[in-house]
Design a protein around this ligand. Sequence first.
Ligand SMILES: [Fe+2]
Ligand SMILES: [Fe+2]
Length: 248
Amino acid sequence: MIIVQLSDIHVGSQFQESVFETVISEVNQLKPDTILISGDLTNEGLIKEYEKCKKLVSRFECKKIIAISGNHDYRNSGYLAFKKYFPFETINELGSDVVLVTVGTARPDRNEGEVGYRQNLWIERTMKKFQDKIKILAMHHHLVGIPDTGSDRLTVIDAGDVLRTILDTNVELVLCGHKHRPWIWNFKDLEIVNAGTAASDRTRGLFENTYNIIIIEDKKIKVDLKIVGGKRMPLEDIVKNYTRFGEE
Ligand SMILES: [Fe+2]
Ligand SMILES: [Fe+2]
């Protein structure tokens, strides 16, 4: 099974159309089973941005496209439009042994993320129903801080509660966006994967547009990083081989 995780397209002033054209052709060649777009589809949550984004996303040749909203999509009351342009299911059973669950972390006119007490309880109840499956949780905001992105007040503000639920219910993989910097935290039984930005010019840390390719075979998860128009490598490589920018 192949899941492509695209994030932070930012249709609007940060959007690079030619880069996204490359993304569309590359992803269609991969023939993914599922595409997850992990938020910030638009830059300002405006109707004209949603309309343009919808047209672009409809060019992906994939039956299952799951889009979740980001803080930028919620700007200017954009949360009212999001559901109309990108309706989605929160519980997605993919094939016979994978479930991908989404949670909303964006709130109107706020940049930081929050899961909240009720939604956290819902994650716990939902994940417990799928104990025999590979469990993936997707959210826009990054659950754990990412190096080289400054002092960070924009993470999930109740991350401790969410992490406890994730570990308690044996979630194997968390997929996040928001920071525009690809990264992977590899804990013992849990991987937290952050996608870079697929098409925005606000790249960070790794100064290229990227997306993630997740392959699940025999209950094993492998995550690759794909540079748009460039090479593909295990996402772990950028963590292992990474030296701080400007240092040797
Ligand atoms: Fe973003
Ligand atoms: Fe964001």
